[in-house]
Design a protein around this ligand. Structure first.
Ligand SMILES: [Zn+2]
Ligand SMILES: [Zn+2]
Length: 320
């Protein structure tokens, strides 16, 4: 099975170690195209906003519930069918595939707001939002290390991500025309892209910090964005999330609206999802207490980074 996965990766992405930046580049331009189309589409009244919303929320769910809560943090369990649906929905959003997205996000959590963080707001707001995609740092050259590499269907999604993304758009274009392609594919994918990136930019240093002391490492400035839930389905409670990354629910208080939480709860009731890890005050306190002493796990991007940090911290005492 592993040999098949290696072959799949070679066939579809022989040199794609740096990821399909061209996909992202196009997505960055999408809002401009969408605004342009508002003025040049004759049939604005014919746009079916239910389809726009369905397309948008399918993609946003694929990223927030799939790529983020499931593939990056394993915050709940599910079977292979729903796992594939989550992977496909995320891939259709145009943000690469489940393996690379989750590997990169892992690096972000382990190295939040340091020089190893792929999208640190320390560089600049714009860097955190979109420019980081151009520096090629820390991007999925080590897909084989992903825990998801053993699933050929996921490796296929990963390797063929740009093809799948554009094939979706071309299919809509051929079947329903240019206007449908812009409104039902281009606009939702661009919006879901920017909603995701909003967490990296606005969600680090530009919101509220209810759990400031519970980060790892201390430099992390993840914040809650109270108005963000209609766009990114609850992943806007990003301060909560950094304080307790493996919790399946990001909204903890009743007023922290977390649409993914409600959907996951229903999916749990009907048996599609198992063991969604709920936030637990005791674990939260234990996380906070252990963070000052717990050595962070090694980063895939810079395996020596934390070792160097630890040595730098330990060295003065050792010298005495
Ligand atoms: Zn973050
Ligand atoms: Zn995360």
């Amino acid at each position: 099975m592993h040999a098949l996965n290696h072959r799949l990766r070679k066939i579809f992405a022989p040199q794609r170690a740096d990821g399909p930046f061209w996909v992202i580049w196009i997505l960055g331009l999408c809002p401009a195209v969408a605004i342009w189309s508002i003025f040049f589409t004759d049939h604005l009244s014919q746009v079916n906003w239910w389809i726009v919303a369905a397309s948008y929320y399918f993609m946003a769910m694929g990223v927030s519930m799939g790529f983020h809560r499931y593939f990056s943090h394993s915050s709940f369990q599910t079977g292979r069918v729903f796992q594939f649906i989550l992977g496909l929905a995320g891939t259709l959003s145009g943000q690469t595939g489940p393996l690379s997205w989750s590997l990169e996000h892992d690096i972000h959590h382990r190295n939040c707001e340091t020089e190893v963080d792929p999208h640190s707001t320390n560089v600049s707001f714009l860097h955190a939002h979109i420019l980081w995609l151009w520096n090629g740092q820390a991007r999925h050259s080590e897909l084989e290390k992903s825990k998801w590499f053993k699933y050929p269907e996921l490796v296929f999604l990963e390797a063929a991500a740009p093809v799948i993304f554009y094939a979706f758009g071309v299919t809509i274009w051929v079947a329903f025309g240019t206007s449908a392609m812009v409104w039902y594919w281009l606009l939702p994918s661009a919006l879901s892209f920017h909603a995701t990136m909003m967490i990296n930019s606005v969600g680090h240093g530009h919101g509220f910090f209810p759990y400031k002391d519970m980060y790892q490492p201390d430099a992390c400035r993840a914040t809650n964005i109270p108005w963000g839930w209609p766009f990114i389905l609850g992943d806007n409670w990003h301060c909560n999330h950094h304080a307790y990354p493996t919790a399946a629910f990001h909204g903890w208080k009743w007023w922290e609206i977390d649409p993914n939480r409600y959907v996951l709860t229903v999916l749990h009731w009907v048996g599609v999802v198992k063991r969604p890890l709920s936030p637990n005050q005791k674990i939260l306190e234990r996380n906070a207490a252990s963070r000052s002493t717990m050595p962070p796990q090694l980063s895939l991007a810079a395996p020596n980074f934390w070792k160097e940090q630890e040595e730098a911290t330990v060295a003065p005492e050792a010298a005495e």
